[in-house]
Design a protein around this ligand. Structure first.
Ligand SMILES: C[C@@]1(CC(=O)O)c2cc3[nH]c(cc4nc(cc5[nH]c(cc(n2)[C@H]1CCC(=O)O)[C@@](C)(CC(=O)O)[C@@H]5CCC(=O)O)C(CC(=O)O)=C4CCC(=O)O)c(CCC(=O)O)c3CC(=O)O
Ligand SMILES: NC(=O)C1=CN([C@@H]2O[C@H](COP(=O)(O)OP(=O)(O)OC[C@H]3O[C@@H](n4cnc5c(N)ncnc54)[C@H](O)[C@@H]3O)[C@@H](O)[C@H]2O)C=CC1
Length: 216
C-alpha cells in the first residue's frame, strides 16, 4: 500500500523552517530554495554550503539551538538535527499546529516525505517507495531521467503549455480538448518540437486543429 498522497506544492514565498544544518539538512534545503521557499535555518553550526547560502542571502540562518517559538507560523518544517529529542519536539509542535513536517531519519515523525526527483524544465517526476527503500527510489529516478527526461522533454512541455493556453477557447469542451491533445501527442509534432523545428510543428498543429474541429 502507498501511504502517502502525492502532490506538488507551491512554496514560493512561503515560510519554511529547517532545524539542523548538517549534510542531510543541506540536501533538503536545496530543493526548498529551488522551489522559491522562504527558508529559515536554525542550528548552532552549519555546513560550508549552507553558510555560503546564508552569506549570499538565499536563506536566513539563526546560529543557535532550536526554540519552540521557531516553529510558529511555518508552512513546512524539516527537522534534521542529530538530537532525536530536539527532532521529536519539533515534530510535536508542528503537528499541534497541523503543519507539514519531516523528521529526516524518523518516518513515524513525518507527515510528508521527500521523493527522488527527475526534472526537465517544468516536467518533474517524483519517485517514492513510501519510505521502503530510498536507494530504490533513487535508482528508478535515474532510469526515468535517462530514458524519458532529456532537455527536449522540458522544451516540448513548454511548447505544449503555450499552445494549450492559446487554443483553449477554440477547442471548447473538455472532451474535445482531451481528444485533440491526445492526437497531437500521437502525431509527429512532438518529434518536430524536440528537434527544434517549431515553425513546422506549428503549421501541422494548425492544420490538425482545423481538420479536428470540422469532425467534432
Ligand atoms: C522516509 C524518507 C523520509 C524523508 O527523508 O523524506 C527517508 C528516510 C530515510 N532515509 C534514510 C537513508 C537514506 N536516504 C537516502 C537518500 C534519499 N532519501 C530520500 C527520501 C526519504 N528518506 C524518504 C522516503 C523516500 C521514499 O519514499 O522512497 C530521498 C529520495 C530524497 C531526499 O532525501 O532528499 C534521497 C534519495 C534520492 C536521490 O538519490 O536523490 C540514502 C541513499 C543516499 O543518500 O544515496 C540513504 C542511505 C541508504 C538507506 O538507509 O536506505 C534513512 C535511514 C537513516 C539511518 O539509518 O541513519 C531513513 C529513515 C528510515 O528509513 O528509517
Ligand atoms: N549522514 C547520513 O548519511 C544520514 C544521516 N541521517 C540522520 O540525519 C540526522 C542529521 O544528519 P547529519 O546532517 O549528517 O548530521 P550532522 O551531525 O552533520 O548535523 C547536525 C546538525 O544539527 C544541528 N543541531 C544539533 N542540535 C541542535 C539543536 N538543539 N537545535 C538546532 N540544531 C541543532 C547541528 O548544529 C548541525 O547543524 C542524523 O540524525 C542522522 O542520523 C539520516 C540519513 C542519512
Amino acid at each position: 500500500m502507498a501511504e502517502f498522497y502525492p502532490v506538488f506544492v507551491d512554496l514560493r514565498g512561503r515560510s519554511c523552517l529547517v532545524v539542523g544544518a548538517g549534510a542531510i539538512a543541506e540536501m533538503k534545503v536545496v530543493p526548498l530554495l529551488d522551489s522559491g521557499a522562504d527558508v529559515t535555518l536554525v542550528a548552532p553550526w552549519a555546513t560550508p554550503g549552507l553558510v555560503a547560502m546564508a552569506e549570499r542571502g538565499a536563506l536566513t540562518w539563526h546560529r543557535r539551538a532550536f526554540r519552540d517559538e521557531d516553529a510558529v507560523n511555518r508552512f513546512l518544517i524539516v527537522a534534521a538535527t542529530d538530537d532525536r529529542e530536539v527532532n521529536r519536539r519539533v515534530f510535536e509542535l508542528a503537528e499541534a499546529e497541523q503543519r507539514l513536517v519531516n523528521v529526516v531519519d524518523d518516518p513515524p515523525l513525518c507527515n510528508f516525505i521527500v521523493p527522488a526527483i527527475a526534472q526537465s524544465g517544468p516536467v518533474q517526476v517524483a519517485v517514492s517507495t513510501s519510505g521502503r527503500s530510498p536507494t530504490l527510489a533513487g535508482r528508478l529516478r535515474n532510469a526515468i531521467r535517462d530514458q524519458f527526461l532529456g532537455g527536449d522533454t522540458g522544451i516540448l512541455a513548454e511548447w505544449l503549455g503555450r499552445w494549450r493556453l492559446a487554443l483553449k477557447q477554440r477547442l471548447g469542451s473538455f472532451e474535445v480538448k482531451r481528444g485533440f491533445w491526445g492526437k497531437v501527442l500521437d502525431s509527429e509534432i512532438p518529434q518536430l518540437v524536440r528537434s527544434g523545428r517549431e515553425a513546422e510543428a506549428e503549421r501541422r498543429l494548425a492544420a490538425m486543429m482545423e481538420s479536428y474541429l470540422e469532425k467534432v
